[in-house]
Design a protein around this ligand. Structure first.
Ligand code: SF4
Length: 609
């Protein structure tokens, strides 16, 4: 294998750095990205450590395809134990930063300890500096990126990954931001804040050389041909992820008003892909696709009229359109854009922020909080100004609702009065846009995902409801445990090799396997490739077991198990959990048996207390 696989370790206590080559055997078994980070954190993180303590390691890891000259080869993973959930967390980011790290010669970074004062890291190839960030502390994500780019772009553009004020304050909804792309979920920005680490700047002067350039070019040509011919890609390119609004609404799974209903055709017409395109996208002329991407989902919104006229923003995406829009009763694309933009500016996860504000709106409408608790805001569903004002409070950490920046679980604890029943999270991570009552498999996926409620590990809604990738009755529970386990293994591969998941709009694991072997040079058959996905999915479950998670934590909020047209009853969830654990080889209690770790060659990690 001839691609650089160096690991840069940084101790923020001592300021020591060192560069180690990653052993080839590890790369082969854990691939990169999520898998490699999970290996190191399982081996080295102290079990049960406080997620915001210096002991919690933060890994930022490329996959072998990050930076490859092929469509979607831009993904990197930010990984740690999450302060929001207490579980394993990997959150993914596309764009320019990961490829630049590759050109600088690294597979990834692992950072531990805590600086005594604010710092940022500047990497120029093998040169690594830890620099004073006092002047950056308090700045928003856009301002930091502009300032550090101006400071460090010398012979080529420096790329900047940063946190905003929310991360500095260790808000549990704080994410990590890089070049208008985000690794937002699970509070990883708070971990950077806890380490007094404001940003990581990288400039690289190397090239990407696949191990087998002939094969690489051949499989790339076939994939790009598929992209050209795909009608799904054409739709995604035309409307971005907003293309999903119409179909998800039509199928009754588009979350509204704190996940109480799933369809409203009028609201859909005002927020769907066509509405977003017509009202925000300036004739579709402005785009900002990731480098080398042939799919090009990304659009720049330019708000055309009203209060936010002139605002330029990369997005908005389907999840934000739902969680900051329909789920808060908001029907104006300009307001949704302004809200997502503010989240990015303060460094907040826009999904969890939207879900938490929807929760507050329901609390307000039920009389559990009043105007004297909201700083005078009429926090009803549909109040755009109140939505924006609460984001300011959460982002700045000022005002009576600033505490909501720790997410629905903590917010429900503060408000009490039974509100926990409609605080829509699993293990603390807020539920995404797809209403769980409309697809049993998706509900199970939320319950058992390794980082709390996640729609991407796996996305069964496509198969169960939208007819994308199969036809399965969404109301049937049998077979869903197996479906979710297979999806988790598949997604563990996508999350480890460095590819943006929209690759799946045109191609699949067959092509990915060919790409992977061409860039790594590993003589790896399809069985070994799939086995790596299984190993990684088992490993993050084992990590969570060690942190104390078992079957009793694989649950859904009471609203999902008791309300809606077709609630996912406790009995249904139990049956699906049994099938899922059986398919995965876990015990009935949801634990990874030692024999499975041995079978997959996972070395025992540190022993928990
Ligand atoms: S599909 Fe979109 S997010 Fe993915 S690499 Fe292309 S532009 Fe970036």
């Amino acid at each position: 294998m001839n691609h650089p696989a160096n690991l840069l370790r940084i101790n923020l206590d001592s300021g020591r750095t060192n560069i180690d080559p990653t052993p080839q055997a590890l790369l082969r078994r854990f691939m990169g990205g999520k898998g490699l980070a999970a290996h190191y954190l399982y081996q080295e993180n102290p079990p049960g450590c406080d997620a915001l303590s210096p002991d919690n390691l933060l890994a930022i890891m490329n996959g072998p395809l990050t930076g490859a000259p092929v469509t979607n080869g831009v993904n990197f993973s930010v990984c740690a134990k999450s302060p929001l959930t207490g579980t394993w967390n990997d959150s993914h980011c596309n764009g320019w930063w990961g490829p630049e790290l590759r050109y600088a010669g690294y597979m990834g970074l692992i950072m531990g300890g805590r600086s005594q004062s604010p710092v940022y890291i500047n990497i120029i190839d093998e040169r690594v500096e830890i620099l004073d960030a006092t002047d950056l502390w308090g700045m928003d994500t856009f301002a930091v990126q502009a300032k550090l780019k101006a400071r460090h772009s010398i012979d080529r553009k420096a790329r900047v990954l940063t946190i905003g004020p929310a991360g500095e304050r260790m808000a549990k909804l704080a994410g990590v931001f890089a070049e208008n792309r985000t690794a937002a979920r699970g509070g990883l920005g708070a971990i950077m804040g806890s380490k007094y680490l404001k940003a990581v700047v990288v400039t690289g002067h190397g090239n990407y050389e696949p191990a087998d350039p002939v094969n690489f070019r051949s499989v790339r040509a076939r994939i790009h041909e598929k992209v050209r011919k795909s009608s799904g890609v054409a739709n995604l390119r035309k409307m971005g992820t907003a293309e999903l609004v119409e179909s998800v609404n039509e199928t009754g799974g588009w979350s509204m008003r704190n996940y109480t209903t799933g369809r409203d055709d009028g609201l859909c017409e005002r927020l769907d892909g066509i509405a977003i395109k017509d009202t925000l996208w300036d004739g579709g002329a402005r785009r900002r696709p990731c480098p080398g991407c042939a799919i090009q989902c990304s659009h720049l919104a330019v708000v055309q009229k009203g209060k936010y006229r002139g605002l330029v923003h990369d997005g908005p995406e389907f999840e934000s359109i739902t969680l900051l829009g329909s789920n808060c009763g908001i029907d104006d694309p300009a307001v949704v854009t302004a809200a997502e933009h503010l989240c990015d500016r303060y460094g907040l996860d826009s999904m969890s922020t939207g879900s938490t504000i929807a929760f507050l709106m329901e609390c307000y409408e039920r009389g559990l909080i009043r105007k004297e608790d909201t700083g005078g805001l009429e926090l009803a569903f549909g109040n755009s100004d109140a939505l924006i004002e609460v984001i300011h409070m959460m982002g700045k950490g000022e005002g009576p609702l600033a505490f909501a920046a720790h997410g629905t679980r903590d917010t429900a604890q503060v408000i009490g009065q039974g509100s926990v029943d409609f605080a829509m999270n699993v293990k603390g991570l807020e539920i995404p846009a797809y209403l769980p009552q409309t697809a049993k498999g998706q509900a199970l996926a939320y319950a058992v995902s390794d980082r709390g409620a996640c729609h991407l590990r796996p996305w069964t809604y496509g198969k169960e409801v939208l007819g994308r990738g199969g036809r399965f009755d969404p109301m049937v529970t049998a077979g869903k445990g197996k479906m979710v386990w297979e999806g988790q293994q598949r997604n563990a591969i996508y999350d480890s090799v460095g590819i943006c998941k929209f690759f799946t709009y045109a191609a699949g694991l067959d092509e990915l396997h060919e790409l992977y072997t061409a860039v790594t040079g590993f003589d790896m058959d399809r069985h070994e490739f799939d086995l790596a996905g299984r190993r990684i999915a088992v490993l993050t479950r084992a990590f969570n077991n060690r942190e104390g998670f078992d079957r009793s934590h694989d649950t859904l909020p009471a609203r999902v198990t008791t309300q809606g047209v077709r609630p996912v009853t406790d009995a249904e969830l139990d049956a699906m959990l049994d099938e899922y654990y059986d398919a995965a080889g876990f015990t009935e209690e949801g634990l990874v048996p030692e024999s499975l770790l041995v079978e997959l060659g996972i070395s025992p990690g540190k022993i928990g207390s």
